[in-house]
Design a protein around this ligand. Sequence first.
Ligand SMILES: [Zn+2]
Length: 257
Amino acid sequence: MPHFVGMIPGFLRKALRERPATEDPPHVDLDHAGRPIRVALRRVTQARRFTLRVSATTGEVVLTLPRRASLTEALRFADRQSGWIAARLEAVPQTIALEPGAIVPVRDVPHRIVHRPAVRITTIENHDGEYQLVIGGAASHVGRRVTDFLKREARRDIEAAVTKYAASLSVRPAGITLKDTKSRWGSCAASRRLAFSWRLVFAPSFVLDYLAAHEVTHLREMNHSARFWRLLNGVCADTDRAEHWLKMNGAKLHRYR
Ligand SMILES: [Zn+2]
C-alpha cells in the first residue's frame, strides 16, 4: 500500500509531547484544486510521525498521527501532500455496480448482467459471442444474486484446484473458507484451514489455480523459505505469471460491488 511518511522536526517533537491528546473528529476534508478529499484520522500511541495511506482498492485515505501530536500540524502535513493523495486516488479503479447492463469478468471472460424476472436459476447464455449472466427474480435482488452465483463458481473452482494440489503434495486441508479480504488473496491457518477471496473468480483461471497451489503448499511448509518455493514450483508452473498478473490487476478485482 503506498504511503507517505513525514518526520516531525526535533524542536516540534518536545512541544507535541506536552500537548494533551484532543478529541479529534473522525475525518477531515482537505481541499485539492477545489475538490474535497476525505481523510480519516487515527491516533496511534506507538506512532512516531505522521503517515498518510491511500488504499489502492477502496480509495480510503487515512492519516495516522502520534497520540499527543498536534492536529493542526498533522493537517498541515496532509495538506502539503494533497497533490500526492489526489494522484493516488486517480489510480484507484472506479467501482462497478453489479446491476443489469454491467459487464463483469467471470474467469477473465466479460459477461453482461441481464435481468429476466421469470428466470428461476442464474444461467450463462451466449448471444452471438456475447456472454450474458441471466438473473431472475426481483430487480432489487439482482446484485445479491450475481454475488451468490459468483461465490458458488469461486468455491467450485477453488475446491477443485485445492483437491488437485492436495493430492500432488499428499496433504489434507481442514477446510476451505471464502472471504472478501482486501489485503490477501489466500491464507493458510495453523489449524490447516485455507481461506481464499471469492473475487478470484474474476481473474484468469491460472491465477486462482496458482493461489490454490500456494496455500496448499503451506500445509507442507508454513513459511516462504526456499524449500517452500521449490515445492510450489514443482507442482505449479505459473508462479511468476500469476504473481505478476495479481500485481498489475489485483486492485481491479475489488471494484465490483
Ligand atoms: Zn504464502
